[in-house]
Design a binder for this molecule. Structure first.
Ligand code: ZN
Length: 82
């Protein structure tokens, strides 16, 4: 998967799916943090795959999604706790 995949939204990083996409079987995609959750998307069809557990993203700096949706104060604080 190339770094300039047109399907991958800005602010996300390339990610290897823990399990294949339920829709198309794709194995790679991207991840981004949204409302405090690390959400993983399929890179082939763009479908939301799953929310990554903390253990899967341990040691990885997940970029937060652009502020199209404004997180609350408490959630904002949680984004920078690592
Ligand atoms: Zn897919």
């Amino acid at each position: 998967m190339s770094e300039d995949d047109p399907l991958r939204p800005p602010g996300s990083i390339a990610w290897k799916l823990r399990r294949p996409c339920a829709a198309c079987g794709g194995a790679e995609g991207w991840i981004r943090r949204r409302s405090g959750q690390d959400t993983v998307y399929c890179g082939s069809c763009g479908r939301h795959a799953y929310n990554a557990p903390r253990i899967e993203t341990l040691g990885v700096r997940i970029p937060a999604a652009p502020t199209e949706e404004r997180p609350g104060i408490a959630e904002t604080a949680g984004l920078f706790d690592e």
